[in-house]
Write a protein that binds this ligand. Sequence first.
Ligand SMILES: Nc1nc2c(c(=O)[nH]1)N[C@H]1C(S)=C(S)[C@@H](COP(=O)(O)OP(=O)(O)OC[C@H]3O[C@@H](n4cnc5c(=O)[nH]c(N)nc54)[C@H](O)[C@@H]3O)O[C@H]1N2
Ligand SMILES: Nc1nc2c(c(=O)[nH]1)N[C@H]1C(S)=C(S)[C@@H](COP(=O)(O)OP(=O)(O)OC[C@H]3O[C@@H](n4cnc5c(=O)[nH]c(N)nc54)[C@H](O)[C@@H]3O)O[C@H]1N2
Ligand code: SF4
Ligand SMILES: [Mo]
Length: 687
Amino acid sequence: MICYTVCRLCSACCPVEAVVEDNRLIGAERVSFMPSHRRLVCPKLRSAPDIVYSRKRILKPLVRKSRRGEFRESSWEEALSLIAERLQKIKDIHGAHAVSWLRGMAADWGSPWDYATRLMSAFGSPNVIGNGSVCHVAREMAHTYTYGAMTVPMAKDAGCIVIWGKNDKNTSPATAEAILFAREKGAKLIVVDPVRTFFANKADIWLQIRPGHDGLLALAILHEIVKNGLYDRTFVDSYTVGFDELCSVVLDDRYDPYKVAGTLWIDAELIKEAAQIYASNGPACIIDGNGLDMQLEVFQATRAVAILRAITGNLDIPGGDFIPQPVPLKNIQLKELLPEDVQPVTSAYPLFSSFHPTWGLHAQSSLIDAILDENPYAVRALIVQAGNPVVTMTESARVEKAFEKLEFLAVIDLFHNRTAAFADVILPATTSFEKTQLNRAYMRNSLVILQNQVIPWVGDSRPDWKIVFDMAQYLGLGRYFPWKTVEEAIDEQLEPSGLSVEQLRKHPQGLYASPLAYEKYRTAGFRTPSGKVEIFSERLRSAGYDPVPYMKGFPEDPVSFSERKDEYPFLGISGERRNCYTHTQFFRIESLRKLEPEPTVEIHPEDATLIGIGSGDYVMVKTPKGEIRMKVRVSDVVPRKVVRIPWGWGELSPSWNLNNLTDDGKRNPITGTPSNRSFYCKVERVT
Ligand SMILES: Nc1nc2c(c(=O)[nH]1)N[C@H]1C(S)=C(S)[C@@H](COP(=O)(O)OP(=O)(O)OC[C@H]3O[C@@H](n4cnc5c(=O)[nH]c(N)nc54)[C@H](O)[C@@H]3O)O[C@H]1N2
Ligand SMILES: Nc1nc2c(c(=O)[nH]1)N[C@H]1C(S)=C(S)[C@@H](COP(=O)(O)OP(=O)(O)OC[C@H]3O[C@@H](n4cnc5c(=O)[nH]c(N)nc54)[C@H](O)[C@@H]3O)O[C@H]1N2
Ligand code: SF4
Ligand SMILES: [Mo]
């Protein structure tokens, strides 16, 4: 039997056809506009049955026999009672805000995020924290502050595609297929990436940027476009505010491509040509990605890129950058129940914590400040859902210290990860194939596709929704979760859209909540305070930040440890996401592991010769925070003086943990984003 659902083995959220026989998942294939024989293969999806039925999955709740002692299996009743009792005790003594919920990306940011927030609101704690400061939410805020929403690139119909810090071949096969399709039809392709990626190899222009300097490149491109009158004057005059202020920033001689070329490591002629091609081959879209995230400059750099989209007239047109039409949903987070006098732990980042009605809190480093330094107050108990923060948060040593200090930790996961090693209780969750939910990807834009449960829960595991609903009962908050099934909960949330689970199941390829419409700003304006594209943001000005990107100038070398680069001369960058793994996941799935058995640091041939190493040798990579030890691959995919360190392997060994090298001391002032992406380091041969 073929069953339609959405795969959530990574955040790409691909619609898939699952093959189910006798209630068992046999296989699955992505749904795509590409004919089957031309579709990109996702190894994780191919191994989905190995993941779902892995012998390593946790299939019973586990509780500790004693603090840091061994785990023993328990009933759900015992585990949930224990959690409720411990959380209630901490609430009674210290207040509900001493309890926090921390979410990784794996259970999705859609309805699972709403349920966790609802539970904590009812409990009385504002602290439900996501990982958006290092994922795409900081970038989402920059888009939103500029034109009211994060745009969706319409690559398939574009005349020019700019891929800015994204590696879709490995991270989003549907987008990669759209790019390949457009390219075959003759679309121009520009790639901004320090690494020679699959698409950099296919590009008309590859801007091999110095890591962390995207804001400066955007200024140089803006300089070229404005100076040569390559912008859309009618759009700028009618629909933007602050163009004059932009001109006074970007026309400064400092941002002339010839002046910045040396700093950017890019030939000035290439920057000028890229600006010319982008501005004159519309409709053009910019696919921005995680190369901009996890950078100290994420916010203003993304703002500068967003302004490029706007002044070239590419917003909300077919083949350009579409302004999504959010699905009207009921806000079920119940934040109105929260006491007004308790601030969340992320209160140092107030704009980021409030830019969106349901995104919530994402400056995740603040949680570690709260546990370790009791700043702004102490968090003593934590529930970690669908994340592995001990490996994925910045500066693992600090995170581990914080987890050691917790009075109570409950983990909701499929596997025994490094974070679960600190837990008092582990609750076994189901995979995405075993649960029905509304994913964020299908809430933010008009087409809604339901993630459907296609097989029964494996063992004694439970879907995340059920775990949260049951936890509410044990905490005496059952009245806030009146739904008997997840379908009832989703229907209530979907009510304003006029859609329902039943209808969505009848239309597994999705239903539109509203008809697709372009250039909506002509009648409705943009969803910003002024109703226009805010090149100049009054909100940023009044909060004390640059209202136009880089009014106060582009900072010198905004990369971790730049003040010590004499001692740490290499630039380390957080490495490739291989398509067989998701962050710290699936390294123990044999069919996937054999595709990439060991991590390798990539280093340029000239640097390798200088250090006297070759492929297969081992090196130590060190920063002031720590060190890792890995095998070397000599390769010219990276520029000189840059090493690419593979991501996620810290789950298998601390000596492979990239976040042993990163620094949580310096953060973006608006979003609290530390640089997990680029940092100075040294590379030493292991003899
Ligand atoms: N240095 C550096 N740091 C990074 C990154 C980087 O590239 N470099 N990437 C950053 C980014 S973009 C992100 S999004 C974060 C990711 O950070 P995390 O979300 O912490 O990363 P994962 O390793 O994906 O952890 C997900 C966990 O959820 C479990 N899981 C899977 N599915 C489910 C489910 O349905 N329910 C439940 N309850 N559990 C489930 C998995 O077994 C796994 O243990 O890391 C960030 N940190
Ligand atoms: N297979 C797989 N797929 C995934 C994930 C996974 O872990 N594995 N994770 C999912 C998640 S949560 C996310 S957020 C997405 C992320 O997906 P992407 O946005 O594609 O992120 P990455 O592949 O980390 O990095 C994108 C590119 O940025 C480049 N880059 C590095 N530094 C810089 C820089 O300073 N400037 C510029 N311009 N580029 C730079 C890298 O070389 C890389 O090619 O992928 C999702 N999909
Ligand atoms: S890219 Fe692969 S793992 Fe990620 S959602 Fe799509 S099919 Fe699933
Ligand atoms: Mo992410």
